[in-house]
Design a protein around this ligand. Structure first.
Ligand SMILES: [Zn+2]
Length: 397
């Protein structure tokens, strides 16, 4: 047998083994900021499995575990990235079982618990796939980047890992798989994020003068909110539509004073082909349309007030990674996987793309992420594992 016939040497994917590691991760609470215990469980599991790993952290309370097999000098490096922090449990009484009791439904199809869908089970798949490749000779390197701090800023998680890569302290992946929920669809692009703050300027006055001397800034803001809260008529085949949402409003100083100022924040999500300037120009055009009819409509605007603007990002569908993943999913499921055209939020994949690393998301389906009775579909985890094995085999053999 040739050393290169990797498919015959990778052990078969076992459903129960995936469930077991997912349950192990879900059972350890790890809200953002408190990831140390669950990461210790990951390193203990790697020790049990005989897998090599490195722990890297900016904040020792928020470690990241880099699990590696193979030698980056012999071929490409494929990383699988997933986070183990979760959102907190805000409504423990709404759960049928406890959020940290990883219960499988009676029909065996769902696994429940905080982080089951977002995204501990998927990290379990990644670790399991690492264990399957442990004794397989690779051309290149297979890694799992198990990170903290995704639900908050990623500053201590994927951003730190990428800083270590840029500094040469970790090998630079050629390709990255993101395991966030994608309903087993291919996610090669993500929306950009642009925050905009708009302050409407009225004229404060006594309530009695509201129709004479006052100009009510809340009323002006209301016109803008209704005009901005619209479906944006654009579409990208890999991702779908852009989104705009007015997410905060502040105004007024007292119940008996006509408000002189009112401020809203707008969250604009961009698709490939849009840029920051065009998105701002559209908002300005909407507001100026109102001002053309209302001489008292005045505003000032701050673009990207928090400095966290990020462009829409896409990995070309001709990338070897996208091609390998699509071919792998086609072989495993019998049908070509569609692109993930959905109203989905951002993932850490955007930071890998920003670093110039071809990145694609492929993960399971689930229900009620961030809510009570969060669950993941176990059949999807099995498919994800098989697709990851096949993708790694195609890229690293
Ligand atoms: Zn997530």
């Amino acid at each position: 047998m040739s050393q290169r016939t990797i498919p015959s040497t990778v052990p078969a994917v076992e459903r129960d083994a995936i469930i077991a590691i997912a349950q192990r991760l879900i059972a350890i609470p790890s809200p953002s900021g408190e990831e140390a215990a669950v990461m210790a469980s990951v390193t203990a599991w790697c020790d049990e499995q005989g897998l090599s790993y490195e722990v890297v952290s900016r904040d020792p309370a928020r470690p990241n575990v880099i699990v590696s097999i193979g030698d980056p000098s012999t071929g490409p490096t494929l990383a699988m990235n997933g986070h183990l922090d979760t959102v907190p449990v805000s409504d423990p009484d709404a759960w049928t079982n406890g959020p940290f009791e990883p219960v499988v439904s009676e029909d065996g199809r769902r696994l429940f618990g905080r982080g089951a869908s977002d995204m501990k089970s998927s990290v379990g798949v990644m670790l399991y796939v690492m264990s399957l490749f442990r004794d397989v000779p690779l051309r290149g390197c297979l890694q799992a980047h198990v990170v903290s701090d995704e639900e908050t800023s990623a500053h201590d998680g994927s951003i730190f890992v990428l800083e270590e890569i840029a500094a040469g302290r970790l090998p630079r992946p050629d390709y990255c798989l993101i395991g966030e929920k994608s309903d087993l669809k291919v996610r090669n692009a993500e929306r950009g994020i642009l925050g905009i703050e708009i302050t409407f300027i009225g004229r404060a006055s006594h309530t009695a003068a509201a129709r004479t001397n006052g100009i009510n800034a809340i009323a002006k803001a209301s016109k803008a909110v209704l005009a901005l809260e619209q479906v944006i008529d654009k579409f990208h085949p890999a991702i779908g539509k852009p989104v705009i949402s007015v997410n905060t409003i502040t105004g007024g100083v007292a119940h008996n004073v006509v408000p002189g100022e009112c401020t809203i924040t707008v969250d604009r999500r961009l698709i490939p082909g849009e840029d920051r300037d065009t998105a701002v120009a559209e908002i300005v055009a909407t507001l100026d349309g109102i001002a053309a009819e209302d001489p008292d409509f005045r505003y000032r605007m701050t673009v990207d007030p928090h400095g966290d603007w990020i462009a829409a990002n896409i990995t070309d569908e001709n990338s070897p990674l996208v091609q390998a993943l699509k071919a792998a999913a086609t072989v495993v499921t019998g049908t070509e996987p569609p692109y993930f055209v959905a109203n989905a939020g951002a993932t850490d994949g955007r930071f890998y793309r920003q670093a110039g690393i071809d990145t694609v998301g492929y993960g399971p389906g689930g229900e009620r992420a961030h809510g009570a009775n969060e669950c993941v579909f176990i059949d999807d985890l099995v498919t994800q594992a098989k697709v990851y094995v096949e993708t790694a085999t195609r890229l690293l053999s």
